[in-house]
Design a protein around this ligand. Structure first.
Ligand code: HEM
Ligand code: HEM
Length: 161
């Protein structure tokens, strides 16, 4: 078992976090174009929509890289605490984050380029809402470790080990 995350793993965590934040916040261009396409038929992709698509595909590729590193190099063991349920929740939260980071771009691409229109509502509806919720819990958990448990967990995503 490795002692900490590598520099690449840490860089990938923060770059992907930033790109996810971008696509969650700046998605108006895509929503607008998608609405127009469904109402009036095909039309050229706007700059805002291109940004959404390129950032989304970059997330998919970088998450693939992250998972490959997770399976080849490994990740440090989750910190132990007295509550086995909280430990399981931490693992489940990370798995859910990975599933959503794959599920969002895949459903987006299938809706936009594959003609699976209903996946567009899944993408912009429940998957988007779930991602916001799980990220919220993830950040609360990180701050809980930092300010309440004071176990230095955040440092694992700052300094390679
Ligand atoms: C992790 C990557 C992605 C995230 C976090 C993301 C997030 C979002 C969000 C927040 C919306 C706005 C939904 C709303 O409030 O109405 C949206 C809409 C949309 N996105 Fe993405 N997206 C991602 C990747 C992609 C990719 C790669 C495509 C491929 C073309 C795509 C296609 C769409 C489409 C077609 C819509 C309009 C659907 C709708 O508004 O119902 N997305 N996306
Ligand atoms: C302010 C924002 C954030 C903070 C403070 C934060 C903090 C952390 C920390 C400290 C860890 C390491 C946990 C451990 O050592 O076991 C971690 C892991 C992780 N974070 Fe974040 N994070 C943030 C945002 C995000 C975002 C936006 C995403 C993606 C949607 C994300 C996805 C993940 C994943 C998947 C892991 C597990 C890594 C692995 O074990 O493979 N994080 N985060």
């Amino acid at each position: 078992m490795v002692k900490g995350f590598s520099l690449t793993q840490i860089a990938l965590h923060w770059v992907v976090a930033g790109l996810i934040g971008f696509n969650l916040i700046f998605s108006d261009g895509m929503t607008h174009l998608w609405y127009q396409i469904r109402k009036n038929g095909p039309m050229p992709t706007t700059t805002g929509a291109w940004a959404h698509i390129i950032v989304g595909v970059a997330i998919l590729v970088l998450v693939g890289w992250r998972l490959a590193l997770r399976f080849t190099r490994g990740v440090p063991e989750a910190p132990h605490n007295d509550n086995a349920l909280l430990e399981k929740a931490g693992d489940a939260g990370h798995i859910l984050l990975y599933l959503l980071m794959i599920g969002l771009p895949v459903t987006g691409l299938m809706a936009f380029y594959g003609g699976f229109t209903s996946l567009g509502s899944l993408h912009g509806g429940i998957l988007k809402a779930l991602l916001w919720a799980v990220i919220g819990l993830h950040v609360v958990a990180a701050f809980y470790h930092h300010f309440i448990l004071k176990d230095g967990l955040i440092n694992r995503m700052r300094k390679p080990g």
